[in-house]
Write a new protein. Structure first.
Length: 481
């Protein structure tokens, strides 16, 4: 596909940037053009982005243009620093000018959709960074260059993914994609020999093969991201990948989880195919590329250990859910992912959130490692209904849970007294009670367990969240410390 970039017309140039249209809101576009001279790269309808020369010639032309009232001549030409003339009508209304630059505004899209676009954008930057003329900085990666990457056979995405949507992501996401692609290239993980895959037949064939291996092994199947959280996959030989993960009876690679994990590990070692997990990078100096689950990682892997729990904020109900601390300082946020939803555990990282463990994984681990069971989310919602109806027996049970947790040496709260608890609970919304009680159900099992049971539970949950279980496979993690 070819993205059509439209230039600005008279009305655009004599108008101010609208409200809520970025940092230049309220400024006339002609004044922004004057301010950009010698400083800001400006996108043109041919896809090129260049800085216009800060010269008397350009300033005189813009002064005449500005003084022409409501009918300026959009054929007025300005000279770029490369000494090329460009007409005002061929300058695109990019975000700098309060527009979208011919791209789709994706700010209102769902988090899931935006994640899809970010991962797709990373594929484009990986190709752009490893093809064509050398790139010295982020500004060298133009929309035209990204479009060429999108059109190349080296980018393989879900067919529904649109280029206009991908490049509509905010500049912070473009910067992150540039930093990561630059790091991958510098450290020898990618080159012009690689194609990049996201939710396409190649990538999906790997996860289908994983499912087959788990089924052949007759063990509980891990979700795709807990087996290998590769958001994108870099492949040097598509045919080899297809053959290695082909689902057929005589494909011994799928005979067991150990076997398929060895195939992934060897392919990663040979740089034939690599799953790459992505986190947003805002500061290039703090970016890390780390290989997870290879032999070196397994040799140095440290067992997660329980430290403490916390269920109260300034008041008992002001903190929806609670925190579980592991390994001394790592914070796990414990709360439903949405109102009245099932309990979720999520690692809090610097500047971002890490992996998650849903209620199913939590309950399985609690049963297996602590011999503890508790009501699931459906039953918990019925308990909450009874509490909201003023059922004293249900409120008493809730209080006993809170009292047991907060009296434990494993809880860092300043304990709430019963009278305060009962007074506060009457003023809480159902979703607040639900979040707190679901957390207490889990924390009750933890404080009642033995030290070994707690540590075993936490080790499993920690590895589950980080996709580092014994059944997980090798991948590359790109993130910011």
């Amino acid at each position: 596909m070819v993205v059509k970039l439209n230039g600005m017309v008279q009305k655009d140039w004599i108008s101010k940037v609208g409200k809520n249209k970025g940092p230049n809101a309220g400024i006339f576009r002609i004044d922004l053009m004057i301010q950009s001279l010698g400083k800001v790269k400006i996108l043109q309808t041919n896809g090129k982005e260049e800085i216009f020369d800060d010269s008397d010639e350009n300033r005189d032309a813009l002064a005449i243009f500005k003084g022409s009232g409501d009918k300026p001549d959009v054929k007025t030409r300005l000279r770029t620093k490369s000494q090329r003339y460009v007409a005002m009508k061929d300058i695109v209304k990019t975000p700098y000018f309060g527009g979208g630059g011919g791209v789709t505004d994706v700010r209102s899209m769902s988090a899931t959709k935006r994640t899809e676009l970010f991962e797709s954008l990373q594929c484009l930057y990986c190709v752009a960074m490893t093809s064509g003329a050398a790139i010295k900085d982020k500004n060298d990666v133009t929309i035209k260059r990204l479009e060429l990457a999108f059109q190349s056979g080296r980018v393989n995405l879900n067919r529904s993914t649109k280029f206009k949507e991908i490049i509509g992501l905010e500049d912070t996401w473009h910067a992150s994609s540039y930093f990561v692609a630059k790091g991958l290239k510098k450290q020898g993980y990618i080159s012009s020999s690689y194609s990049f895959h996201r939710d396409d037949p190649i990538m999906n064939s790997i996860y289908k093969a994983k499912d087959a291996a788990f089924a052949n092994n007759k063990i509980t199947k891990l979700t795709h991201d807990k087996w290998n959280p590769g958001d994108i996959w870099a492949a040097k030989d598509k045919k080899l990948v297809t053959k290695a993960f082909e689902i057929k009876k005589d494909n011994l690679n799928l005979s067991s989880v150990e076997k398929i994990n060895n195939v992934v590990a060897e392919a990663f070692k040979d740089r034939t195919i690599m799953g790459i997990s992505l986190k947003q990078v805002k500061d290039e100096r703090k970016m890390k590329l780390v290989v997870i689950n290879d032999k070196l990682f397994r040799t140095n892997q440290i067992k997660h250990k329980f430290t403490s729990v916390k269920i109260a904020g300034k008041t008992f109900f002001s903190m929806q859910g609670g925190h579980m601390i592991i390994n001394g300082t790592k914070v796990v946020d414990v709360r439903p992912a949405n109102a009245l939803g099932a309990l979720n555990m999520e690692m809090i990282l610097k500047g971002a959130r890490g992996g998650r463990a849903g209620q199913g994984a939590q309950m399985d681990a609690a049963k297996n490692f602590m011999n503890y069971t508790h009501p699931d989310n459906k039953a918990q919602k019925l308990e909450n209904d009874r509490i909201k109806d003023g059922n004293e027996m249900e409120i008493d049970k809730f209080w006993k849970m809170v009292e047991t947790i907060q009296k434990s040496s494993l809880c860092t709260d300043t304990p709430v007294d019963e009278a305060t608890f009962r007074a506060e609970i009457n003023n809480q919304d159902k979703n607040v009670i639900h979040a707190k009680k679901a957390t207490c159900h889990m924390f009750l099992g933890i404080v009642k367990a033995s030290k070994k049971q707690r540590d075993d539970f936490v080790d499993y949950i920690g590895n589950y969240m980080e996709s580092t279980l014994p059944e997980s496979s090798v991948y590359l993690k790109a993130y910011q410390t």
